[in-house]
Design a protein around this ligand. Structure first.
Ligand SMILES: *Cc1c(COP(=O)(O)O)cnc(C)c1O
Length: 341
């Protein structure tokens, strides 16, 4: 297979149209067989459920080339099951998990020419999503849905190394107790846009959201979970029913415990104890781990001992081990790496 002639090293995180996308339609209570198609545009009724009442959920994962030249994806079964949870919460039909995993493989294979080569740092970003497509004007779930997957090559998240970022404690809330914070729904992002634009305008890279009930506990950012490292090298992540269960974060906690022999804790993390941590990072598919150097709470600065120049030592080990597993340098736990071809 001939690769496209793209500038892999200098790509950004932008949409680029690739050759094929996967589509399956849900109608009369069932999903059709699904197919790969060429048309990147969607035609729908002006009153489609997704346009009026935001009935849509999504996933995000990556395909990349390992050192041995195989195209692989990382734990797509977890994206499949998380999308089931998301769909159920928004009263959408479930797209069967095995079909999800097969469709991801099919669409990656069809766009193999766009999977960046090993060592470029770039990856093929995969975006599965589902939305209500028939007209809905009274508030109720749609009857017809479309499930799609497109792919787009994206550049390395950090060009020239991962520099620690500065984040601020947001005055806005991300997720309500018993709300939708734990599912991957576009609606959680729509309402975060004002908060992130505000944070950027104030000179910060990201928001730290606190629990909206008490505003005393750390939750997550708009699109990444937190990990903290204590001064005695314990890896701590917030436990909350209103954060999105990041697959990267769950993998990092496993790697910390089983590969690096570190103690791990998933528990309430009070904002008051953030000043006592040695390291802080944000985890998600896009960056794997993005180090945080500083947290600012209304002018009051918390500077982690790891500083603003590089990742903390434990964060670096976690990053190297997880990316080593993904790239095939380090043996992966059973079932983590799915070879596409
Ligand atoms: C997608 C997402 C994450 C990261 O999840 P991964 O599975 O690691 O990519 C974290 N927080 C939110 C709110 C998200 O939407």
């Amino acid at each position: 297979m001939e690769k496209k002639n793209l500038d892999w090293e200098n790509m950004g995180f932008d949409y680029m149209q690739t050759d094929k996308r996967y589509v399956s339609n849900y109608k009369d209570g069932k999903w059709d067989d699904g197919a790969l198609i060429d048309d990147a545009n969607i035609v729908m009724n002006e009153c489609a459920g997704v346009l009026q009442y935001a009935q849509t959920v999504f996933e995000g994962l990556k395909a990349y080339t390992t050192e041995s030249g195989k195209i692989v994806t990382f734990r797509p079964d977890l994206n499949a099951s998380r999308m089931v949870d998301s769909a159920r919460r928004l009263e959408m039909p479930v797209f069967p998990e095995e079909r999800f995993v097969d469709a991801v493989a099919e669409v990656v294979k069809a766009n193999a020419a766009y999977v960046p080569p090993y060592g470029s740092g770039a990856t093929l970003y995969i975006r599965p999503y589902m939305f209500g497509i028939n007209p809905v004007i009274g508030v109720k779930p749609a009857d017809e849905y479309q499930f799609r997957i497109f792919t787009t090559p994206v550049g390395p998240y950090f060009k020239g190394g991962a520099k620690p970022i500065t984040i601020c404690v947001s005055d806005f809330d991300r997720a309500a107790p018993h709300g939708t914070g734990h599912i991957k729904a576009g609606l959680n992002y729509a309402m975060s846009l004002h908060a992130i634009v505000t944070a950027h305008a104030n000179g910060f890279d990201e928001n730290m959201y606190l629990d909206s009930a008490t505003r005393t506990k750390v939750e997550e950012t708009g699109g990444a979970n937190f990990i903290f490292v204590t001064k005695d090298n314990k890896v701590v992540t917030p436990h909350s029913s209103t954060i999105l269960p990041s697959i990267t974060r769950r993998s990092i906690m496993y790697v910390a415990e089983h590969y690096l022999g570190l103690k791990v804790e998933e528990r309430d993390v009070y904002f008051d104890e953030v000043k006592d941590f040695a390291e802080c990072g944000l985890c998600g598919t896009a960056a794997v781990i993005s180090p945080v150097g500083k947290v600012v709470n209304h002018g009051e600065e918390i500077c982690f001992p790891s500083g603003m120049e590089k990742m903390g030592p434990i964060t670096q080990k976690l990053y190297d081990t997880l990316t080593g597993i993904q790239m095939g340098h380090i043996e992966a736990p059973e079932g983590w790496i799915k070879v596409i071809e």
